[in-house]
Design a protein around this ligand. Sequence first.
Ligand code: PSZ
Length: 491
Amino acid sequence: MRFLQATVVSRHCAILKGLAYPRNYATVAEPAAPAVKTKTIPGPKSLELKEKLSAIQNSEPVQLFADYEKSIGNYLVDVDGNVLLDVYTQISSIPLGYNHPRLLNVFQNEKNLKTLINRPALGVFPAKEWPDYLNSILSKIAPKGLNNLTTMMCGSCSNENAYKNIFLWYRRNQRGENVDFTDAEMQSCMINQPPGAPQLSLLSFKGAFHGRTLGALATTHSKYIHKIDVPSFDWPIATFPQYQYPLAENERYNKEQDQRCLAEVEDLIEKYNKRGIPVAGIIVEPIQSEGGDNEASPEFFQGLQKIGKRRGVALLIDEVQTGGGCTGKIWCHEHFDLDGPPDVVTFSKKMQLGGYFHKEEFKPRQGYRVFNTWMGDPGKLLLLQEVINVIQEDNLLKNVNTAGKVLKDGLLALEKEYSHILNSTRGRGTFLAVNCQNSKARDDIVTRLKLKGIQTGGCGELSIRFRPALTFQEKHAHIVLDGFRSLLKEL
Ligand code: PSZ
């Protein structure tokens, strides 16, 4: 059985019907550097596969076809044999690089394999281990003070369901803790009418991305192509701070941004309350990611939390892209010194499993109100447990800060030297971005960096984003910076 060509398999494994099982995967060295073999990426083999896929579905966004048997560590290998240093990691969703032996080994354990293949309807038939599994996640990585956890499948459905928890909480606050639903509510909700389906809203920000399912999409405002032709809610949308860089030289301007945006949030809440569509929650990313890596200060987030508390509006922080250690802390909002935890924190991507942590008061009082068949996936939770173990054992948060500093300082130096091409280097940990002069220049740089063996991604109109795995090290940062420098020389 060929699984991972380059992987060492220990000799003492059991022999089962001629197949080696269980195996014991050991660490395999990464390539020393990227290697590009084709004139274009996608190369000929990728293009052939793309044509094949196009006959079945729209495959326009496909950049290349990967070989996940050969990809290793920080390096993504494609079907044409190109070896790319991956600082985009499947849109920021690979925590430990490709084929990490500790993750491969999770399913070499028969108990775990049975957990993987017997995927339960978690809301009704959870495994005997499930409460302990959830407690282990809660005790290791839950934001302090958030002791409830709902698991889901992806980022969109985590937000989508968390929004429902917020509405249920808001209506219970209005109605009173032990007040039963009225007949009118039970009947009217069935035809999408108030009072059962109440007029309530969520406040989100221009440039935000919270997912593509209908509720989540109503709070997504990064690109029209995500939204056009899809009916949506008339919910309030506030301006997100737009900072000027470097931060140290633009303190006054940026502070005014914070204040203006917070005032707009207050105004919009007031306005929508008056219109009879009260705001039940504020939804915000700690760093707007798809929208262009827009940061906001700790003071801005503290201000949002204050507004929410004062007005009885929940604060949901969407850590789908920022969570999992890439900013140098498990949760980006830990950088904000908030007055207690946010009400809800959603996650997915690097966490493998989707879901949200929330305060006890956001737990529905009746069953079946937030529910679906799978409600997550215990197989993914086993991977998450191992990811957390490796983060702790290998001190990966420290690694993120060290490698991130090298990359950020290097980008700042490039920006200084090539100020006609690059500006506004920013970010935390390895969650970094730099801006180009216009979209065309940005797209061109992302494409040409790939031909130098470096896979980055674009976001917003102008930004190149860096989203390496937590195992990205200083030596990788130097490869990125050397490749970038050699490209800038050519431009
Ligand atoms: O085009 C897309 O659908 C993309 S590109 C990047 C994402 C989605 N990110 C997903 C995402 C996110 O970054 C934040 C902050 N919140 C929610 C989501 C949605 O997660 P998924 O894609 O798992 O549904």
